[in-house]
Ligand binder design. Structure first.
Ligand SMILES: Nc1ncnc2c1ncn2[C@@H]1O[C@H](COP(=O)(O)OP(=O)(O)OP(=O)(O)O)[C@@H](O)[C@H]1O
Ligand SMILES: [Mg+2]
Length: 290
């Protein structure tokens, strides 16, 4: 059977809509399917380690990558804070980053806490940004590997050179007007960045709220079909309250949330397979044309 090429997925959306819950559960689910996942936390709140079930003491001791000046200097040639006017390597090779700074959760899952760079100006070209950019966009992925990036709330950070290597974006929203407005903005940015598959994941979905999406689209003139390639729904899961912070334990239970997650994972994997087939076909026809 043909192996799946490595792929990258970014998860975004308004504050509190369920991004970290989704990232952690999906990371474990893909791991159970044999995909080796690197779950990357780009939120300064650093909630992902807890959501993945890491013991709180261990989670609290994690130093984010952006706060490792020695590593940043080793790779980029410039020490954070002292890089003004310095020359540094723009595309450092960071293939040892998971081995050195990743936290092993299980055989199929590693966690990397990125930290966020405080920027003096948008797109600032400081050594911390260069390093994070290399890790996210250029870290070599083998077959059957995936990076899932959990981001902080909102879209302000999204334009940074974040998503060059990302093929899929999961825009998470509930059915509130404000969350949908952020989702719309995120989808527009993701499109501009050239991300190939943009999913809307409606979390805490209720059947009786079915037309809310429709009403939002009408009120704002949003063409949902144009913005999103696919819409998924995940229902409210009352057990999260008692499972917190290790919400991934829901995977062992009979839950409509997990059923929704399975469908989302199926879609993501099917898309990557299709992309792969298309690129094989394209290179074959290129070869036969020469
Ligand atoms: N489908 C759901 N049903 C019930 N509760 C949920 C669901 N999804 C997420 N939650 C709960 O909602 C809260 C916020 O979820 P989460 O932390 O994943 O959101 P977030 O988007 O990552 O937030 P932030 O923007 O602060 O990072 C958590 O208490 C989580 O357990
Ligand atoms: Mg979060």
């Amino acid at each position: 059977m043909q192996q799946l090429n490595g792929f990258r997925v970014v998860i975004t959306g308004k504050g509190g809509v369920g991004k970290t819950t989704l990232t952690s559960c999906l990371s474990r689910l893909l791991g159970q399917r044999g995909i080796k996942v690197l779950a990357a936390d780009e939120d300064p709140q650093m909630n992902l380690p807890y959501a993945l079930g890491m013991p709180p003491q261990q989670a609290a001791a994690i130093v984010p990558l952006s706060q490792n000046p020695d590593y940043i200097e080793e790779k980029t040639g410039a020490r954070p804070g002292k890089s003004f006017g310095a020359l540094f390597r723009l595309n450092p090779v960071v293939d040892d980053v998971v081995e050195r700074f990743g936290v092993r959760i299980d055989d199929h899952l590693d966690l990397l806490v990125m930290g966020t760079v405080v920027q003096a100006a948008a797109g600032c070209l400081c050594s911390e940004n260069v390093l994070l950019d290399s890790v996210l966009n250029y870290l070599a992925l083998r077959n059957e590997e995936a990076i899932l990036l959990d981001t902080q709330a909102g879209v302000e950070h999204f334009g940074r050179a974040l998503a060059k290597g990302f093929s899929q974006c999961l825009v998470v929203s509930d059915l509130s007007f404000n969350a949908l407005a952020v989702a719309r903005h995120a989808a527009e940015l993701a499109r501009q960045l050239g991300i190939a598959r943009i999913h809307l994941v409606v979390n805490r979905y209720r059947d009786e709220a079915k037309d809310k999406l429709q009403r939002f689209a009408e009120a704002t003139g949003t063409d949902t079909a144009q913005l999103f390639d696919v819409i998924h729904t995940l229902p409210g899961e009352p057990r999260f309250e008692e499972l917190e912070p290790d919400v991934t334990r829901i995977l062992g239970q009979d839950s409509a949330y997990v059923t929704g997650l399975q469908a989302l994972a199926d879609d993501m994997v099917a898309f990557e397979k299709q992309r792969q087939e298309q690129s094989v076909t394209a290179s074959v026809s290129e070869e036969s044309a020469t």
